[in-house]
Design a protein around this ligand. Structure first.
Ligand SMILES: [Fe+2]
Length: 408
């Protein structure tokens, strides 16, 4: 079975339909009656390995849910104790399985490239007739893939439309659970208020089914007569608040007026503070550099991936490349195009290819295509230059000669 990408995950819904009708708007449920649909990603029989590996690699990343008896990371043997608690009705969550399970690592990187946002995956296992988590909503968008068993879901409305995952903290501020922050309500209070509410939708997820929940949508789930295992893919959007905060921070380092202290005794200041505030905001709107802010965020997200394309370490240098050679992006690698003064860069987490801006068209083309024939590289390059560029992209671990490269 071939690797799954986001388009296959949400099929038969198209990406365009998903983005226009569901993304950030309303839940999407896909019932497939195809129990092995996620077979290439993870199957029920893989879970024991995942649990053992996670216990060895990152005990803190394995959490028991619905049991207060065992704190993983304590001196008890985690895997054995987890099995015991699971048999007694506790659920467990393995956080970040994209870090050590290749098919999900690849899927998350592809989704990160598509959305531009950070993507990570957790695995949940629940024994029969149990509930892993109380009724709640999440602060990021989630795509749930039912891998094994069945689970009854109840989906409610959204008490807060698109809640923020993170609001930039000042150095004098502390984010304390249970305290209102920047006007946002406390999650526990909101979910408690939602407790008596009737669900807007109730359904059973079966193996091969999918559920997308926008952040903020209240939900709860309970296994029935069988165990349930599902993967939750979390999409952590970068919001306008984030972008404006980054742009403002960048501008602060350029414009000393933004770095000046508020008037001494500002907490009793009069209308003059409002006047200065408005004046500075106008300056920010006029001078903030959105492309520089986007670049800073993109660079951080790329760096966070720590992704190196498959085969980069072991493949030897290809012998013959010409304009008819088909090259393809190394699996698991995403890269982006960056204008950088007199240079252009193809940037990935493992390194950059930097060239004079004369190569802009060529590098943009390369950044936007998963595969191409060397001769198709645009930008007025000679055949010799195209071959040299392709060779460099291969040697630097971005691309490889396609396995099925047959000359036209
Ligand atoms: Fe959730």
């Amino acid at each position: 079975m071939s690797e799954l990408d986001f388009d296959t995950l949400i099929s038969p819904v198209s990406r365009e339909q998903f983005l226009s009708e569901y993304w950030e708007t309303k839940p999407l449920r896909i019932s497939r009656h195809q129990s092995d649909y996620y077979g290439s990603l993870v199957s029920g029989s893989d879970i024991d390995y995942l649990l053992s590996a996670a216990c060895l690699l990152d005990r803190e990343g394995v959490e028991l849910l619905g049991s207060k008896e065992l704190r993983v990371g304590s001196d008890q043997k985690p895997a054995g104790a987890l099995y015991k608690s699971y048999r007694q009705g506790a659920s467990f969550r393995i956080r970040g399985i994209n870090r050590f399970w290749k098919p999900i690592w690849t899927l998350c990187i592809r989704m990160q490239e598509l959305f531009g946002f950070q993507v990570a995956a957790n695995l949940y296992c629940t024994p029969a007739d149990s509930r892993a988590l109380d009724r709640h909503y999440d602060l990021h968008d989630t795509v749930l893939l039912q891998v094994a068993g069945r689970k009854n879901w109840r989906v409610f409305g959204s008490p807060i439309e698109l809640p923020l995952e993170h609001v930039p903290l000042m150095k004098f501020e502390r984010l304390i659970d249970g305290v209102p922050y920047r006007g946002a309500p406390v999650i526990h209070d909101v979910t408690a208020k939602y407790e008596p509410t009737e669900p807007s939708d109730e359904f059973v997820l079966e193996p091969g089914d999918l559920l997308y929940l926008p952040r903020g949508v209240v939900h709860e789930a309970r296994s029935a007569d069988s165990i349930s295992a599902h993967v939750t893919i979390g999409i952590y959007p970068v919001t306008w608040v984030d972008l404006i905060a980054v742009a403002l921070g960048q501008l602060g380092y350029q414009d000393v007026r933004l770095r000046k202290a508020l008037p001494v005794g500002f907490n009793s200041a009069d209308a003059s503070i409002k006047e200065e505030f408005d004046k500075l905001l106008n300056e920010v709107a006029r001078c903030a550099d959105v492309s520089k802010a986007v670049e800073e965020i993109s660079a951080s997200l790329t760096w966070n991936q720590q992704a190196i394309g498959e085969g980069s370490i072991t493949d030897s240098e290809p012998q013959s490349i010409d304009v008819g050679t088909l090259v393809e992006r190394r699996p698991g690698l995403s890269c982006r195009f960056v204008m950088d003064g007199e240079f252009v860069r193809l940037a990935a987490s493992h390194g950059d290819v930097s060239l004079p801006k004369y190569f802009a068209k060529a590098i943009r083309f390369v950044s936007e295509n998963q595969n191409f024939r060397v001769g198709a590289i645009p930008g007025g390059l000679s055949d010799h230059s195209k071959v040299m560029l392709a060779r460099r992209l291969i040697n630097d671990g971005f691309f490889r000669v396609a396995k099925n490269s047959v000359h036209n």
